[in-house]
Ligand binder design. Sequence first.
Ligand SMILES: NC(=O)c1ccc[n+]([C@@H]2O[C@H](COP(=O)([O-])OP(=O)(O)OC[C@H]3O[C@@H](n4cnc5c(N)ncnc54)[C@H](OP(=O)(O)O)[C@@H]3O)[C@@H](O)[C@H]2O)c1
Length: 334
Amino acid sequence: MDLYEFGDNEIFVTKIGLGMAALGRPGYINLGHDAHLGEDKSVEAMQNHANTVLDFAWQKGIRYFDTARSYGKGEQFLGDWMLSNQIHEPEINVGSKWGYTYTADWRVQVDDGEKHEVKEHSLAVLDRQLVESQDALPGHLDLYQIHSATLESGVLDNQPVLERLAELRNDGMLIGLSVSGPQQADVIQKAIAININGSRLFDSVQATWNLLEQSAGAALQAASNAGLGVIIKEAVANGRLTPSNNDPKFMSKMLKLQSAAKQHGVGVDAIALAAVIAQPFVDITLSGAAQMGHLASNIEALSVEWQADPLEIFAEFAESAADYWSHRSGLSWN
Ligand SMILES: NC(=O)c1ccc[n+]([C@@H]2O[C@H](COP(=O)([O-])OP(=O)(O)OC[C@H]3O[C@@H](n4cnc5c(N)ncnc54)[C@H](OP(=O)(O)O)[C@@H]3O)[C@@H](O)[C@H]2O)c1
């Protein structure tokens, strides 16, 4: 895979990155996660499985990896794999996130009243998780992102947190944020404008953009124009834009995806990813595949050459942000 500059950040990344959300813990919200991972979800089995997928990603040329403190053992699995394979900078770039604490304790389901992960965007959590991330990813924490910054979380108005992030940036770490929910665009616009001591704070933004949820497009273009690196997550809408989606209400859209897939000689997931990669504001598109076969199919997106604008071909796919995120919040942990 070729390398491209990540925004104006002077690091070079591949167009496809691998996300560790489904590889680092036994429970996640993606469609079919439980069934796809198989019976044995012990830490040892999951680490062996993650190693196999990471090896495959590396062989295929992927050089950007995304993880977070809350992805179970996602940081540790990635860190151990880099160490045992003697993979060093600058041949790889790793982004992680702080702000959610993993509380599921390696369970697929948690009890009523409990949570899989607990969100807190305070200075105390930043300072604690920074040390934990650096321990798990020694020498590899290139980009540290606020995990799911929202207007309500107040983190973009929290001066002590912003000043601490600016210190880390001055010490050479890239600083980013990830966003989720129907107000992604507003959060991105607010983040682009934040300056600390005369310098822009954020080097990158990670957001959800796919054929069903396009509401952040203009804000992401503005971020890219301002020099931020742009990372896209949930490019196949947590599995809704893959063969795993057999919802009868989605049938006509699936048939259209299948027709394009046949025309380009790839899978429907590759068509969905290729539509993301084609957007001018996108630097990295994350694959969230936990299965090697799915990752291989996702990577085929790079072979798609559009004869027409995918946004026109799939014009009827876009949902309102409210509908998309209401569907997303209905996905169950499995
Ligand atoms: N707030 C945040 O910062 C945030 C939130 C969400 C995600 N992320 C990042 O973005 C990454 C990707 O997001 P995501 O995993 O949530 O969503 P996603 O990439 O839209 O969806 C991944 C799902 O699609 C399935 N899939 C892919 N190709 C397939 C195929 N050919 N056939 C059947 N199923 C297929 C995968 O199945 P298998 O698992 O079985 O392969 C997985 O269940 C994450 O790993 C994480 O790094 C960040």
